[in-house]
Design a protein around this ligand. Structure first.
Ligand code: SF4
Length: 607
């Protein structure tokens, strides 16, 4: 086996509690890199068509890449790949911490979990040794407590756990890594819960093999130097993602009151500067990362004094803060901690709560269905009670909403789909496309539904003088190119926030493996991965005209801020989507053409 990969895939059938080891296919690795790409390939090849995401047949894949666990900065990232219960489509959800590094050092490129255990269990993986443990004492426990209890029993093993929301199959439940990082989006926690697996713990003692270790480590040092010299890294280090609250609020596209407005009058009270003044104690980092963007925080005043957490991140400040009219960082931190402990994604939950409050105010939810909870904008305590109800599916409304906004709007009817903020069933993050049009194309075409990480063009739209953020011009090409580049990058797999050039990525991949890729062939891998996932989604039921956005973005305008009175033009949006298809080499229905698939070596996949 080439360096960079361990060469081994661990398959675990939790129904029979049997394990099976297979070889990682080097030809696949050359074409699909690892992590995201390798997971997509395995999912496409081995998951039966139309598998119910919460059935025993679904696969829960923990994947690493050829750079995972090595000396390059941010190499502690890992990926969960599965069929999403939120969207019924492809899902990958990335996580930080050190779990993935230990998984690789235990000898595994991929851990592939399928089946359904008769009783709750957790799985211990110590190098080659796999042990199944009864989890009856852990079932029902919140995430941090589960993590602590497992470490008390097993020592410093790395943990991936679910909370009560995952156990109760909430469609946007997350997997929590080492107590405070998250594979958050798209409901991987529900997939794990459906298998009756409460936790996976791992430790590894092996060395990651490298083809040319001296060249690899020398270049890792060069990359470290470049990261230290990067202009944006000090801000990332000082503030983390909350840095973006102020510019996005000032420029008028932060979600406010379920995306009814783009600017929140108390936005400055949720800014990074306020966080640093009020709640941040210190910074922290994932495995091998000098950027150290985590904010380790604790609440120092008010009714929730003493609660500590890592966060809140920008997305939480937006979706659980401005979007719900929560006015202080302490209150957002409290709600964030509740979501973390119950095991739910704060982006999706923030959209669900915003939708619920609006639907309730419009008379679509009856008071009796809320179990005496009086949800309202800015009411932190009642919102916290409702978060708990959703995690446990308590009450008719909470049970419906635990399926996500798409399903809930189908149940509530009466035009509520127009303000159910999602793309393909995945709720939309914290950049309203009425103030950053390119994000509209990014959300609509993202491979996992409403996601900002596949092509985060908001920063360029704000600061590049060549771009007009209120226009779709140039955005289709830009989104396509970033999607391909990110697909490759997330397959290596490194952190979104690491400023590492394509050239350096390719060199490191080659030093690790002995491959002879170029930047062009690396980017082509990204394009290949993107197209394979598109074929998977079409196979699983993605229809024509699915690359769309909620109606609100086309009809409702803001009453204030720099994006005041603006709506998206549907005609221009649709033209931009067609332009995107054309640039991708897809037909007018968004299906990859034979010609395009042939250039990517994917022609046999269409049949
Ligand atoms: S930049 Fe932040 S999220 Fe990324 S690896 Fe470093 S500490 Fe983790």
């Amino acid at each position: 086996m080439s360096g960079g990969y361990t060469g081994k895939i661990l398959e675990i059938d939790v129904t029979t509690q049997k394990t099976f080891v297979s070889d990682t296919d080097l030809d696949f690795c050359k074409q699909f890199i690892g992590a995201k790409g390798l997971g997509a390939k395995i999912l496409f090849d081995t998951l039966p068509k139309n598998t119910d995401p919460l059935s025993p047949e679904n696969l829960l894949l923990f994947t690493t890449g050829p750079l995972t666990g090595t000396k390059i900065q941010t190499s502690g990232r890992g990926t969960v790949v599965t069929k999403s219960p939120s969207t019924g489509l492809y899902l990958d959800s990335h996580f930080g911490g050190i779990f993935a590094s230990d998984m690789k050092k235990a000898g595994w490129d991929v851990i592939n979990i399928k089946g359904k255990s008769e009783k709750p269990i957790y799985i211990e993986i110590k190098d080659d040794l796999v042990t199944f443990h009864d989890a009856k004492d852990l079932w029902g426990m919140e995430c941090q407590k589960t993590h602590e209890k497992l470490q008390k029993i097993h020592g410093k093993m790395r943990t991936a756990v679910i909370g009560p929301a995952g156990e109760n199959l909430v469609k946007f439940s997350s997997i929590t890594i080492e107590g405070h990082r998250h594979a958050g989006r798209g409901g991987p926690g529900a997939v794990m819960g459906s298998k009756n697996v409460k936790a996976i713990i791992v430790s590894g003692s092996k060395k990651v093999p490298l083809h040319d270790e001296d060249a690899y480590n020398a270049q890792a040092k060069e990359i470290l130097k470049k990261i230290k010299e990067n202009d944006f890294v000090p801000l990332r280090k000082q503030f983390g993602t909350p840095y973006w609250v102020k510019p996005v609020n000032d420029e008028g596209f932060i979600p406010t009151r379920n995306f009814q407005e783009g600017q929140f009058e108390h936005g400055d009270d949720l800014s990074a500067e306020t966080m640093v003044d009020h709640i941040v104690d210190s910074s922290g980092a994932c495995f091998n990362c000098i950027i150290a963007c985590w904010n380790k925080s604790s609440i120092k005043q008010g009714p929730h004094k003493g609660i500590s957490l890592v966060g809140p991140e920008y997305e939480t400040l937006a979706l659980m803060g401005t979007n719900l009219e929560i006015k202080t960082v302490e209150e957002v931190a409290f709600l964030n901690e509740r979501c973390n402990e119950l095991g739910m994604d704060t982006i999706s939950l923030g959209c669900v709560l915003g939708f619920a409050i609006e639907a309730y105010q419009k008379g679509l939810i009856e008071k009796k269905d809320l179990n005496d909870i009086n949800i309202d904008w800015g009411d932190t305590e009642e919102i916290a009670r409702f978060i708990h109800a959703i995690a446990y599916r308590k009450g008719k409304a909470a049970d419906i909403l635990s399926e996500g906004v798409k399903y809930a709007s189908e149940q509530f009817g009466k035009n509520s789909s127009s303000y159910a903020i999602h793309a393909k069933g995945l709720e939309i993050p914290g950049y309203d496309p009425r103030g950053t049009n390119g994000m509209g194309i990014a959300y609509a075409t993202s491979d996992r539904g409403g996601c900002h990480q596949r092509a985060w063009v908001a920063k360029a739209e704000l600061y590049d003088p060549e771009l007009d953020r209120f226009s779709f011009e140039k955005k289709a090409k830009m989104v396509k190119e970033i999607q391909d580049e990110r697909a490759a990058f997330f397959s290596l797999v490194l952190c979104d926030f690491a400023p590492i050039s394509e050239e350096d990525c390719v060199e490191m991949w080659n030093h690790a493996t002995g491959f002879d890729h170029t930047v062009d062939s690396y980017l082509k891998c990204g394009e290949r991965i993107w197209n394979l996932i598109r074929l998977f989604n079409i196979r699983e039921g993605l229809k024509e005209n699915s690359d769309i956005l909620p109606e609100r973005f086309f009809t409702d305008s803001f009453s204030k801020g720099p994006a005041k009175d603006r709506v998206l033009s549907k005609k221009e949006f649709q033209q931009s989507i067609q332009e995107y298809y054309q640039i991708r080499g897809w037909d007018q229905k968004g299906i990859p053409t034979e010609k395009k698939l042939k250039t990517l070596g994917l022609d046999s996949y269409k049949k």
